[in-house]
Design a protein around this ligand. Structure first.
Ligand code: MLT
Length: 210
């Protein structure tokens, strides 16, 4: 336990970036560790368990209905998660300026919220099946942040317009956004994991220390 979260941490190679792994609704801190190892071998992996329970399923923030978020809770949990990452950087001595979020579904939504509300917490983000977490009043400054966003053309939870809107919000805030459309629904596919891996690989020099 650290801050407000149960979590797992797996140390990587010296100077490697840290992947902040954020699972989907009903998942836990173990879910995305293998994906993280596949996406960026040698990275540190920090994987918290969502601290909100919905009928026994762990999530990173409350929702009022499918796709309708409790915005006040989202704000509070986004700040909590940013605080957790800062504490984890101290405890495990990783570089807090080289954190890359990798989130799926609910985890991708809180990662998007971190980008919009606490951009200094992340260097980059891989958002798998994310939606607009909230419409920011004023765009944050996301210059220098890189975002890989993958979306399913037939996602029953995230309409394509919503994924496209998220890309637009992030781009208009200055982020370098790659939007990758999958012939898929809401589930993660091998193809998108492979695309995310190539995307990270192409930017490794920028993410690595030194
Ligand atoms: C959410 O609640 O964050 C999204 O609807 C995705 C999900 O967790 O089902």
């Amino acid at each position: 336990m650290l801050g407000d979260y149960e979590y797992r941490y797996e140390e990587g190679a010296p100077g490697a970036p840290t992947l902040l792994l954020l699972h989907g609704t009903g998942g836990d801190e173990n879910d995305l560790l293998p994906l993280g190892a596949m996406l960026l071998p040698g990275a540190n992996r920090l994987s918290p368990r969502g601290n909100v329970a919905e009928n026994g399923m762990a999530r990173f923030f409350r929702r009022l209905a499918e796709g309708v978020f409790d915005e006040e809770d989202l704000r509070r949990r986004t700040d909590q998660l940013a605080g957790f990452v800062a504490l984890a950087a101290e405890r495990h001595a990783f570089d807090a300026s080289r954190v890359i979020a990798v989130g799926y579904s609910n985890g991708a939504n809180i990662a998007a919220s971190l980008l919009l509300r606490r951009p200094q917490a992340l260097r980059a983000a891989v958002l798998l099946h994310a939606m607009v977490p909230f419409e920011p009043d004023a765009p944050p400054d996301l210059a220098g942040k890189a975002v890989f966003l993958s979306a399913g053309r037939n996602d029953p939870i995230v309409p394509s317009e919503n994924a496209a809107r998220l890309a637009e919000i992030l781009r208009s805030a200055g982020a370098d956004v790659t939007l990758s459309w999958q012939n898929a629904g809401h589930s993660l596919t091998r193809e998108e994991a492979a695309s995310a891996r190539s995307w990270l690989d192409a930017r490794l020099d920028a993410f690595q220390a030194g």
